[in-house]
Design a protein around this ligand. Structure first.
Ligand SMILES: Nc1ncnc2c1ncn2[C@@H]1O[C@H](COP(=O)(O)OS(=O)(=O)O)[C@@H](OP(=O)(O)O)[C@H]1O
Ligand SMILES: [Mg+2]
Length: 358
């Protein structure tokens, strides 16, 4: 299989980073929240997760050149007064790496400088040439802080195309969360949670329990053909996606179920196994989507048979650097529903524009 060793490394890195995040989420204190310049909350776990993934990938793929496009950098951590937080991150990372192979003697405890350097490996710009890993160390920071859904999202771009994606979703139940069309029925109870989704180009999408050696299962998007029988996903946060617009689109399609609102790329994971059939994401005007918020999720859904486009029906282009150039919004559906969805999107946007020009 193509990208086998990269996939092994990516699964290991995302799972370990998720373990680190789980530990912090359990013990979450208000003092873990820092502010960064865009005012979004960022936590010790965010930096720790990025350091773990960066270190693990470099260690596992030692012979390859390494480029990482990631959400965090160490600028805030290098400011005066951050020593305590860097030390906490360093301890967390060392403790997490030690759980990877407890029998291996710890002769290589990492220093705070090692951790800062590992975080700063994520400052690549990406682009159309060569290989670039793309990481969101905690996607859905707000969900993480609320104790809800979040994901460690790791993807690989090769010559501008997504070729591999891994989503570790520690709080996502193994059983369906929407329940209307889950073809990939399994025996999991709704209590069991923690999912690892992964896909490589041309090889399909698989899900396995996070933190267990259970066999992976191949997953598929919903096969629902009539949107009336579909449920749809959208951002939990109204500030991240226009809920009114989604509601208008869903009405046009005749969708009966209420929206399923969950944080992060866990939505893409849930869609890939058919929990719901549609994802609608319409950020407020002026917001520019970052590639790390969609790379892993996009391949997880497309390899499971779904279609991911912008609101105009164009495929997402991950070759332009850190940002996606989009025609308003991102939508996901299976191939049967997509033509209807595109029409409903077009009509709803036109109605909104007409209303605002009156
Ligand atoms: N204003 C605005 N509009 C649109 N999107 C935004 C906005 N601000 C942030 N973000 C990005 O959204 C990421 C969280 O993804 P979701 O929108 O799926 O999460 S949520 O359901 O709303 O919690 C979130 O990812 P994280 O920063 O990793 O949490 C951001 O990259
Ligand atoms: Mg994100």
């Amino acid at each position: 299989m193509a990208y086998e060793k990269e996939l092994d490394a990516a699964k290991k890195a995302a799972s370990l980073a998720a373990r680190l995040c789980q530990k912090v989420q359990k013990a979450l204190l208000q003092s873990d929240v820092q502010s960064k310049s865009d005012k979004s909350p960022v936590t010790v776990a965010d930096y720790g997760s990025q350091a773990v993934v960066s270190l693990l990938l470099q260690r596992e793929l030692i012979s390859e050149p390494f480029s990482l496009v990631a959400e965090e950098d160490s600028a805030d951590l290098r400011k005066e007064g951050s020593q305590d937080i860097i030390e906490r991150i360093t301890k967390l990372v060392n403790d997490t790496l030690a759980t990877e192979d407890p029998l291996k003697p710890i002769d290589s405890t990492l220093s705070t400088d090692d951790i800062l350097r590992a975080i700063d490996c994520g400052t690549s710009e990406g682009g159309p040439n060569g290989r670039h890993w793309v990481l969101d160390p905690i996607d859905g920071t707000k969900g993480f802080l609320r104790g809800d859904q979040y994901a460690v999202a790791l993807g690989l771009l090769e010559e501008g195309k997504v070729v591999l994606g891994v989503l570790a979703c520690p709080n996502l139940p193994l059983a369906s969360i929407a329940g209307n069309d889950n073809k990939n029925k399994n025996s999991s109870s709704s209590e069991e949670k923690g999912c690892l989704f992964y896909a490589t180009i041309g090889s399909g999408t698989y899900m396995q329990p996070l933190d267990s050696r259970s066999e992976p299962v191949k997953v598929h998007v919903s096969s629902v053909e009539n949107p009336e029988d579909a449920s749809f996903f959208e951002s939990f946060e109204g500030a991240h996606s226009l809920h009114d617009l989604s509601s208008s689109i869903a009405n046009k399609l005749g969708v009966k179920a209420p929206p399923v609102r969950i944080d992060s790329q866990a939505k893409y994971g849930a869609l890939s196994r058919g929990d719901g059939a549609i994802y609608l994401r319409f950020p407020h005007k002026g917001y520019r989507e970052k590639i790390w918020d969609h790379v892993a999720g996009a391949i997880v859904v497309t390899e499971a048979g779904g279609i991911v486009t912008d609101a105009g029906g164009k495929a997402l282009d991950f070759s332009k650097g850190k940002y996606l150039d989009l025609d308003t919004g991102i939508i996901v559906a299976n191939e049967k529903i997509m033509p209807l969805l595109l029409k409903a999107v077009r009509d709803s946007i036109a109605e909104q524009e007409n209303a605002s020009s009156l």
